[in-house]
Design a protein around this ligand. Sequence first.
Ligand SMILES: [Zn+2]
Length: 352
Amino acid sequence: MVSKKTFFKGLNRSRRFHPSRTLAPSKIFQPSPRVSTEVIENLKPDEVAVIDYSLVPYGSREGPDATDKTPMFLKGGGTPLEIRTETSFEAAREAKKGPTRRRIESYEEADQDLIASGITWYCLRDKTWRRVTNNDVLEGHEIFAFSELESQLRQPTKKNMIHSRVYGIDRDNREVGAVATVQIPSRSTDQSYRVKLHGIPFLGSDEHIVWQSLKSDHSDCGSKDFGDVYWKRNPQTGRRRKQRDVVFCPHDVAAYLAVSQAERIRVMENSPQVKRKITLQPFPLFTQRTVDMWNKLRTQTFFGHPDSARPLKDHEIEIELGRFLSRNPEGTMYADRRLRDYDWNKNTPVTS
Ligand SMILES: [Zn+2]
């Protein structure tokens, strides 16, 4: 059995750390905002970065030194990067451009000092926005890889694996996509989550429209506590308006990965002559380089002073990730290997 505690070590980041007590001064970096991305990416396993400036810009809802209200940045206070889609069904069908290419383009066009809380896209069909943070996508990758590694064992523990069933892959559903029920292992307990996905684009469906409308039924999740409902102030009128978006969590991302893997196997078995076997990916598929950066942000980057610092919070990791991605979209979000073949434990945190 793969140990959850070791595999998901990045989740437990509550402990304060005192770099100056355990590390030589040459191992402690205090980068300025301009170079933090490069400094963090180049950290060796026995080095840490300590940031002493606020990553959240002044003027955003939670104030410069975000504390308790930090989730607000992720769920509504911060603006996600928009992945542009066409404004009509005809144009979307004609463009034939998948979400992967669109994401890369959006990040290429974005400011390198981008401050964003993940990505968002507009669904033409139900006229609502979809949102997901890069941090949650990476957590979803990690859950999926964990399940895959477990399934490789000689005697896998069923509870640690993702189980999916996909329904409705036939011509009649080509416009609305397939449905799937997916069982996802919890990372901290022996329980599992149940996720139901709707609007799954399958090969042969109206993929370029269907992917936008992906949706999930899965409310028993801590990651969704901060909600899909939030208040947004109109900068022109000053009025606050309730917004409702479809917000995806790590379990949704892991579920989608499992479903698209099942779909790939189905296509390989039924139509081996088909060239493209992977369906469109509404969520980014990150590379090893991004996973490495993410682990460094979780386990080797701190906020405070070398004498006493705390690990970064989710929204701070998200801000650093967004800037990292905008600097090299092609090399960071276009995976060319299977997630289970990544080195998930490459960074050994100096704090353990
Ligand atoms: Zn969830």
